[in-house]
Design a protein around this ligand. Structure first.
Ligand code: FMN
Length: 372
């Protein structure tokens, strides 16, 4: 068997996982009515061999949205749709977490209820930021984001509650875990970073203040799921949608310590260069994160099996998540196990459309099984 380390079972909090190959969260924009259906059941079911599937980012409320055709978890229909997906994954012996999403300023009035302004820590539009809207002629496409308004201090508990309600629905739908999306320049990342958070109340300024809202969200979700079934995704050092940050390392360390105190199941870090650019984590960063966080670590971004195995062997991570490779290889762990070639994903069908480029990627030829 190739890559044995990847196939050593481990735990994420209280969840046993049979391998270290995680399916990364992947927005596929195939739910025009925001309700997952049979196509999503088939897609996620095909990928049940992952140690853990992390679902595509899922809007916690109507104001959390910045991309049309993405799913939600704030209505009974959405909850029922997700239950079907969870059942399909469980029926094939898999495990699945729901990624809880609020885009903050990465949105446009066209996507918001009643054409209202998107909300953010501060009223600053992201330079060059794009969201995904539906135009009047019914076509959809990328569109520059519109300027958000700053959340009032007394509105924050309401958003924390939206996360709590979303977690309650996720639990009823049967998700094994939930992942708080604090990455990729969306709302929680906007609170953490100095460039996007210029608040003067208790949610802005010091590290402690900038982390306050994300930690309140984590605490609300823990109340529902228990810390041993909650993970978080973060992207210190990332430069996306015009987000800048003067203190990414200090914040990552502070968050790691705070999350560790809470006994969070896992911390999932996306490599800063996953979407391009040449920024990487500074020397010693991975070791420091290991020291400061007592739960499991997951890294993601441009990994192959060999690189993943090396990181696990050097003990800077427990598992590795794969995004683009999982789009095109529903049986990714099996392919790693027998060292079979991978199918290349077609970028044209990443977002939107139907089964094409979604559920029609081939499973490996049985011949590889025999060779393995
Ligand atoms: C089509 C696509 C959709 C994505 N959607 C999400 C998402 O919903 N949530 C998230 O946290 N990251 C998302 N990402 C980032 C991936 O989870 C992952 O971090 C990134 O693709 C790097 O991993 P890779 O090199 O293995 O693809 C997306 C990436 C791609 C390519």
């Amino acid at each position: 068997m190739a890559y044995e380390t990847l196939f050593t079972p481990t735990t994420l909090g209280s969840l046993n996982i049979p391998n270290r190959v995680i399916m990364a969260p992947l927005t596929r924009s195939r739910t025009p009515d925001s309700v997952p259906g049979k196509m999503q059941e088939a897609y996620y079911g095909q990928r049940a061999g992952a140690g853990l599937i992390i679902s595509e980012a899922t809007n916690i409320s109507p104001t959390a949205r910045g991309y049309v055709y993405t799913p939600g978890i704030w209505t009974d229909e959405q909850e029922a749709g997700w239950k079907g997906v969870v059942n399909a994954v469980h029926a094939k012996g898999g495990r699945i977490a729901l990624q809880l999403w609020h885009v903050g300023r990465v949105s446009h009035e066209m996507v918001q209820p009643n054409g209202q302004q998107p909300v953010a820590p501060s009223a600053l539009n992201g330079e060059g930021a794009q969201c995904f809207v539906e135009f009047e002629d019914g076509t959809a496409g990328q569109h520059p984001t519109s300027t958000p308004r700053a959340l009032e201090t007394d509105e924050i508990p309401g958003i924390v509650d939206d996360y709590r309600q979303a977690a309650i629905r996720a639990k009823r739908a049967g998700f094994d875990m939930v992942e708080v999306h604090a990455a990729n320049a969306y709302l929680l990342n906007q609170f953490l970073a100095t460039g996007t958070n210029q608040r003067t109340d208790q949610y802005g300024g010091s590290l402690e203040n900038r982390a306050r809202f994300p930690l309140e969200v984590v605490d609300a979700v823990i109340e529902v799921y228990g810390a041993e079934r909650v993970g978080i995704r973060m992207t210190p050092f990332i430069e996306l949608f015009g987000l800048t940050d003067d203190e990414p390392e200090a914040m990552a360390f502070y968050m790691a310590e705070q999350l560790s105190k809470r006994g969070l199941a896992y911390l999932h870090l996306n490599e800063p260069n996953w979407a391009g650019g040449d920024i990487t984590f500074p020397a010693g960063f991975r070791e420091q994160m290991r020291e400061r966080f007592s739960g499991s670590l997951i890294y993601c971004g441009n990994y192959d099996a060999e690189h993943a195995e090396a990181r696990i062997s050097e003990n800077t991570t427990d598992a590795v998540a794969f995004g683009r490779p999982y789009i095109a290889n529903p049986d990714l762990p099996e392919r790693f196990r027998v060292n079979a070639p991978l199918t290349e994903p077609n970028h044209e069908t990443f977002y939107g459309g139907d089964e094409k480029g979604y559920t029609d990627y081939p499973f490996m030829d049985n011949g590889y099984d025999r060779m393995g």
